[in-house]
Ligand binder design. Structure first.
Ligand code: SF4
Length: 249
């Protein structure tokens, strides 16, 4: 079977902030959003640049096999992982089918902007998805990302239903998406899922962002604590990220 090569922005062979344990992280080039607060804006464009490279899924799986004894799993991030879902599917299938890598958990770090057809391809080969929810209010989401959040919310529902929702991630941008009524609405929506998914609260930082993001204030530990406590009061199992410097993809 011929496979689709992936267009990679970068790989990180050992990371403790992109899912549980020690993970090999693949950053794919290209995103469906254009977030004002993006911490990796160079990964948004979908075309090859001097900094990207193409790789076959089988070849990358072979590379990962060399360090697999030291790893807990593999996370595919971006950009947006699902923009190159054929490559993600082929990479995860290759990892699953190789004895040297079969023990690795396979996670997707996603903005949730994917159709059910895409998840139908990925769910059989992945252990879970960590989904960003940029804002529960559609208008705020549109300002932050350029898109509404219907597909994101539907992706979270779908992944929850099929047991592949590893985590929901909330990036707190003070004064933009952390109003008490918005946090309460987020809690109500998550509780209504019925499964109590784990929720990670991260803080916006200026590092790596474009000039347009300097209008936003960086989140302080107190900002994050306020959101976490409010979510918990609403019945959500929220926790703060341990490393605010890797607050977003
Ligand atoms: S923050 Fe994530 S979803 Fe938004 S543009 Fe950047 S890579 Fe894409």
């Amino acid at each position: 079977m011929s496979s689709t090569p992936g267009l990679l922005a970068d790989v990180v062979p050992s990371s403790f902030v992109d899912g549980p344990g020690n993970r090999y992280v693949v950053f794919l080039q290209g995103c469906s959003f254009d977030c004002l607060a993006c911490h990796n804006p160079h990964t948004i464009g979908r075309h090859a640049t001097a900094f990207t490279h193409r790789v076959e899924a089988a070849d990358l799986a072979d590379e990962i096999a060399c360090v697999a004894p030291f790893l807990t799993g593999v996370t595919v991030s971006g950009g947006e992982a699902t923009v190159q879902w054929e490559f993600v599917r082929d990479l995860f299938a290759a990892l699953r089918d190789r004895p040297a890598t079969a023990h690795l958990t396979r996670l997707v770090d996603t903005n949730g902007d994917a159709d059910p057809d895409v998840w139908a391809e990925l769910v059989p080969v992945m252990d879970g998805a960590m989904v960003d929810l940029k804002a529960i209010e559609p208008d705020v989401h549109r300002v932050l990302t350029g898109h509404g959040n219907d597909r994101v919310l539907e992706s979270i529902r779908l992944l929850d239903r099929v047991g592949r929702l590893a985590e929901v991630r909330l990036l707190v941008i003070p004064g933009v998406n952390d109003a008490p009524e918005h946090v309460d609405a987020t809690a109500r929506w998550l509780v209504a899922l019925g499964s109590c998914p784990p929720v990670m609260v991260l803080g916006f930082r200026h590092a790596g962002t474009r000039e347009v993001a300097r209008r936003f204030r960086e989140a302080t530990p107190a900002d994050l604590t306020t959101v976490v406590e409010r979510l918990r009061e609403g019945g959500v199992g929220a926790r703060r990220a341990t490393d605010p410097a890797r607050a977003d993809r």
